[in-house]
Design a protein around this ligand. Structure first.
Ligand SMILES: *Cc1c(COP(=O)(O)O)cnc(C)c1O
Length: 369
């Protein structure tokens, strides 16, 4: 990796390929793979990631919103795209861009069919979501009769998959709950398949589900975080490679005498003489204020430098009293050598949050395209 002159998120596409191949090795060769690239591919670079995965033969993409799917279509992505959380306001655009909706309620079904009618669609692919315990989006058993009746005499749409989502796939203490979700998904799928006289694909597993519930992979799995190199547990992390390294440089070094303060609200006080480094990255870049006041550390020449005082919008200050470093030296916020999961856990959050927080202001650089 070359030196950077400004805050940069370096994305290693060979690590992405490694992760994709690893996750595929954990499922049957016939099981399809849906790559979840919502939220700019977990804060990385949605178009670059999707192009690479498309070249590797991924079967499906998933995004959260229509706007994300349109960005992929604008970039020439041809692979089918499931929109996990479509809203009726975007149904016109959804059909224009060949994006496939998650149908999660009777109201959404009715609204989508009405748009599909207006736009003279036939057999437009849709995906039916069941709520099996997450209690977020999806149909319940009590909805099945009415839903099936509505779908059955409707030429405009065609159900291409049934799916559901586990609430705690990474948690070994919730195995009974997860198995219950899987069983109720199977029962709902069987019942609806019978009512419709059709057996679409079924998918239920996210990354940790692929690892912990391989028996429930059915016809397709949906993976996000694993593709980006994080597996929610040490044994899986060891097999994956974080694709992103967040780097920056030291803008200025200060020798702070005892009894001074550093930063806004004077949140850091020097009880003895300190050396600090100011870095060009702040909460507007995704490093939230929860990481300040000594919680998180960054790496300079392999040594940990804690963030001191409050995180500013465009800067942080770190303690480099015991680190031999100079202005212009490279700094690693997180990456393979110092994981985003570790950084996140220093402030009681998760890899997903810090990764997706990295703002669009931060330059992206692609490695091994
Ligand atoms: C985000 C999301 C996923 C991906 O989960 P990971 O834990 O990142 O693999 C899968 N399914 C649904 C419904 C999601 O919202």
């Amino acid at each position: 990796m070359g030196k950077v002159g400004e805050t940069t998120l370096v994305l290693d596409l060979s690590a992405l390929e490694h992760n994709y191949r690893y996750l595929r090795s954990r499922i049957a060769p016939t099981t399809k793979f849906m790559a979840v690239v919502k939220a700019f591919a977990y804060g990385s670079d949605m178009v670059a990631i999707a192009k690479k995965l498309e070249s590797l033969g991924v079967d499906y993409f998933a995004v959260a919103y229509v706007v994300e799917g349109s960005l992929l279509r604008n970039a020439g992505i041809k692979t089918p795209i499931l929109v996990l959380h479509p809203l009726a306001a975007n149904f016109d655009e959804m059909i224009d861009r060949c994006l496939e909706p998650n149908i999660y309620s009777l109201k959404i079904l009715e609204q989508f069919v009405s748009t599909a009618k207006t736009k003279k669609q036939k057999d437009y692919p849709v995906h039916i979501k069941f709520n099996t315990g997450l209690n977020r989006l999806g149909f319940q058993k009590a909805d099945l009769d009415q839903m099936a009746a509505q779908i059955k005499d409707c030429q405009e749409i065609k159900v291409v998959s049934f799916f559901s989502h586990l609430a705690a796939s990474e948690d070994p203490d919730e195995k009974a709950f997860s198995n219950n979700q899987i069983n109720s998904f199977l029962a709902l799928s069987d019942e609806l398949a019978q009512k419709l006289g059709d057996s679409p694909m079924r998918h239920m597993l996210n990354t940790s589900g692929i690892i912990n519930y391989p028996e429930a992979q059915f016809e397709m799995v949906r993976s996000g975080i694993g593709l980006y190199g994080y597996g929610n547990e040490a044994a899986v992390d060891a097999k994956l490679k974080p694709i992103a390294t967040l780097k920056t440089i030291i803008s200025q070094i200060h020798e702070i005498p005892a009894n001074e303060s550093v930063g806004y609200n004077r949140a850091f006080k020097s009880e003895r003489a300190r050396k600090t480094a100011t870095l060009p990255i702040g909460h507007a870049d995704g490093i939230g204020r929860q990481y300040g006041k000594g919680k998180a550390s960054i790496l300079i020449h392999g040594k940990k430098a804690p963030i001191i005082g409050n995180v500013c919008m465009d800067m942080i200050m770190v303690d480099v009293t015991d680190i031999d470093c100079a202005e212009g030296d490279e700094v690693i916020v997180f990456g393979p050598e110092s994981s985003a999961e570790q950084f996140a856990s220093s402030a009681q959050t998760i890899s997903y949050e810090i990764l997706t927080a990295i703002s669009q202001r931060v330059k992206r650089e692609l490695l091994n395209e």
